[in-house]
Design a protein around this ligand. Structure first.
Ligand SMILES: C[S@@+](CC[C@H](N)C(=O)[O-])C[C@H]1O[C@@H](n2cnc3c(N)ncnc32)[C@H](O)[C@@H]1O
Length: 202
């Protein structure tokens, strides 16, 4: 299991280099979320937000954003660099504090879900579903399964869909690998977009 607390402590955070390199390819995906909503964007939850790079970006775009991560030092750093409209919590995404979170219209998971086993993935699915508005969308960036899965994590499209039985898998597309570095660049990362089914379609 990846020791994220140690990685933040020693400053080895390759996903942050990726965030800078991939910004131009992530922006259209966030634009799509916004285009599909008329008027107010609503609330967004950044799952495994780390030091809040994407939480801050979502807030800058007009989402009322909450970032959650279980490494306190990462959350403290996110708070220090905070922007208006972004709030950060220390918490475990496999055990979301449903009662205190409220509900969300959009969820983003960049590099967190891919590290979980089946039990944890189901727990994330239950928690996210419990705080999702009908019609909410979820965007996940995850490595694919490889021989290095025990080191890097990775999930298949079927495993993503299985964790979110109350959600429709709208699309899956290959993600940019520039800036990932080896061996992460060999994991065939994909973007998954899902929509929470509303009461009428359940
Ligand atoms: C690859 S990093 C990505 C961080 C951030 N999304 C980004 O792109 O900058 C994965 C993040 O997930 C967090 N994480 C892993 N397991 C978690 C859990 N069970 N609950 C909350 N955060 C978790 C780690 O601490 C780490 O910050």
């Amino acid at each position: 299991m990846t020791n994220y607390a140690w990685m933040y402590r020693v400053g080895f955070t390759p996903w942050e280099r990726y965030a800078r390199t991939a910004a131009a390819s992530v922006a259209p995906l966030l634009d799509r979320e916004e285009r599909e909503r008329s008027g107010r964007l609503g609330r967004a939850l950044d799952l495994g937000c780390g030091r809040g790079l994407y939480t801050a970006e979502l807030a800058r775009r007009g989402w009322q954003t909450v970032g959650i991560d279980y490494v306190p030092a990462a959350v403290e750093a996110a708070r220090r660099h905070g922007v208006n409209g972004a709030r950060f919590l220390v918490g475990d995404v496999t055990d979301l504090p449903v009662a205190e979170l409220g509900t969300f219209d959009f969820f983003l998971d960049i590099g967190c879900f891919q590290g979980f086993n089946v039990t944890q993935r189901q727990a994330v699915g239950r928690g996210v579903s419990a705080v999702a508005e009908p019609g909410a969308t979820l965007l996940i960036l995850a490595f694919g399964p490889t021989r290095l899965q025990s080191l890097l994590g990775g999930v298949s499209p079927g495993e993503v869909a299985a964790a979110f039985p109350d959600w429709e898998l709208l699309s899956t597309e290959a993600a940019a690998t520039a800036g990932l570095g080896w061996p992460m660049s060999r994991t065939s990362p994909r973007w998954y977009r899902l929509r929470r089914r509303g009461p009428l379609s359940e």
